[in-house]
Design a protein around this ligand. Structure first.
Ligand code: NAI
Length: 340
C-alpha cells in the first residue's frame, strides 16, 4: 500500500518561499507540491521551470479552491499572515505559516479563535529554531535538570551587514527589528524557561549604519530585557550590522550550570591558521545556519497534518511571542518600561 501524501500549495516564492518550495518538492517524502501562488509571474515561472510545479495561481482564493488541496505553506509578507490563515482554515486546509503570526495582537487572537473551530486541522507557525538539533538538545537537557532551575536567557539574532541596504524594503511592513528578528529569541526564551508569563519590558536601540530605518520607527541594533512573573528574565539583542556574518547565540543560565548554543558561529570545522591568526569562517546568513532545521520543520508539519504525530509548539506560543515583541517595540519607541 502506498503511503499517503499531503498535497500542498506553496504561497509566496520570495527569499524564503523558494527555499521552502525546494524542501517540500524534493526533500519531504510525504509532501507533494501540487500548486504555487504568487502575484509575481516570474516567481510562478521559476516554480514551473525549477521544480515542475506547473499549476500557478496569482490569486490566493483560486489556490484554496484547487481540487484535492490538503494544506497551504504561507511564506508571504507578515501583514498578510492572519487573513490568509483564517481563509485557509475556513476552506478546510492545514496551515503552515512563517513567523511572526501577526504584528497585531487582536489578529493573533482572531486566528486562535478560528483555529479552535477547526480542531481537526493542523496549524503551525514557523519558529524554526525549535527544530535545530542543538536547540533541541539544550531544551532536553534543561528539562532533565542538567543546569538546575533556569532563571535567565540571553539570546541574540545578529545579521551580517548588507551594505546595499536591500532589507530596507521590508522595513515598512516587518514590524521592526524586535518583531522581525527577536521574535525567534522570544520564542526560544519562553520555551527554555518553561513558558513564564511576561511582567515588564525595557528596551532601547540605535541606528549604527542604516539611519533610514528611523523613518519607520526602527533601528539596526536593538536591546531589550523582559522580566517574567516567576522571577526569571530574558535579555535580547538584535542587529543588522555585523561585520563577520550571521550570529545566533543563546545562553541559558540555571542554578546548577549554563548552556550556550552558537558561541562560535563557525561555518564548519575548518580552522584557518595564517597571518591573521587562528580562525573559522562564519555562517553568512540565517539560512546557512538553520538549513537542516527548516527541513525538519517541514517534515514535522507534514507528519502532523497526516495525523502521524502531534506538534511540539502551539499557536498560542506564537501569540505570546507577538505580545512580548510588541511590548519591546513600544518600550523602545516610547523610551519607558512597558507593563503587561
Ligand atoms: P519576500 O518579500 O522575499 O517574499 C514574499 C513573497 O510573498 C513574494 O513571493 C511575493 O510575491 C509573495 N506575495 C506577496 N503578496 C502575496 C499575496 N497576496 N498572495 C500570495 N503571495 C504573495 O519575503 P521573505 O523574506 O521571503 O519573507 C516572507 C515571510 O517569511 C515573512 O513573514 C518573514 O517574516 C518570514 N521569514 C522568516 C524567516 C525565518 O527565519 N523563519 C527568515 C526570513 C523571513
Amino acid at each position: 500500500m502506498s503511503s499517503p501524501t499531503l498535497k500542498v500549495g506553496i504561497v509566496g516564492l520570495g527569499r524564503l518561499g523558494q527555499r521552502h518550495a525546494i524542501n517540500l518538492a524534493q526533500r519531504v517524502p510525504n509532501a507533494e507540491v501540487v500548486a504555487a501562488c504568487s502575484p509575481v509571474p516570474a516567481e510562478l515561472d521559476w516554480a514551473a521551470s525549477q521544480l515542475g510545479i506547473t499549476t500557478g495561481y496569482a490569486d490566493y482564493d483560486a489556490l484554496l479552491a484547487h481540487p484535492g488541496l490538503d494544506a497551504v505553506f504561507l511564506v508571504t509578507p507578515t501583514s498578510l499572515h492572519a487573513d490568509q490563515i483564517i481563509a485557509a482554515l475556513r476552506a478546510g486546509k492545514h496551515v503552515f505559516c512563517e513567523k511572526p503570526l501577526s504584528l497585531d495582537l487582536a489578529d493573533c487572537l482572531k486566528v486562535e479563535a478560528e483555529a479552535a473551530r477547526h480542531p481537526q486541522l493542523t496549524i503551525m507557525i514557523g519558529f524554526v529554531r525549535r527544530f535545530d538539533a542543538s536547540y533541541h538538545d539544550a531544551q532536553q537537557k534543561i528539562a532533565q535538570g542538567l543546569i538546575g532551575k533556569p532563571y535567565l536567557v540571553r539570546s541574540q539574532t545578529c545579521d551580517q551587514n548588507d551594505p546595499s541596504g536591500a532589507f530596507m524594503r521590508f522595513a515598512p511592513t516587518s514590524g521592526g527589528i524586535f518583531l522581525d528578528c527577536s521574535v525567534h529569541d522570544i520564542d526560544l526564551a519562553r520555551w527554555l524557561l518553561g513558558n513564564p508569563a511576561p511582567k515588564r519590558v525595557y528596551a532601547s536601540g540605535t541606528n549604527a549604519i542604516h539611519t533610514g530605518l528611523q523613518a519607520f520607527g526602527d533601528v539596526d541594533n536593538g536591546l531589550a530585557t523582559v522580566e517574567f512573573s516567576d522571577g526569571s528574565m530574558a535579555s535580547f539583542m538584535a542587529s543588522r550590522t555585523m561585520a563577520h556574518g550571521h550570529e545566533t547565540l543563546t545562553e541559558v543560565f540555571g542554578t546548577g550550570g549554563r548552556l550556550a548554543v552558537g558561541s562560535n558561529p563557525r561555518l564548519n570545522r575548518v580552522e584557518i591558521s595564517d597571518a591573521h591568526g587562528v580562525r573559522n569562517e562564519c555562517t553568512p546568513d540565517f539560512y546557512a545556519r538553520f538549513t537542516d532545521a527548516f527541513l525538519i520543520e517541514a517534515q514535522e508539519f507534514t507528519d502532523a497534518a497526516l495525523g502521524r504525530r502531534t506538534l511540539s509548539l502551539t499557536l498560542h506560543d506564537a501569540t505570546e511571542a507577538t505580545r512580548i515583541g510588541l511590548a519591546m517595540t513600544q518600550a523602545m519607541r516610547e523610551a519607558r518600561p512597558v507593563e503587561f
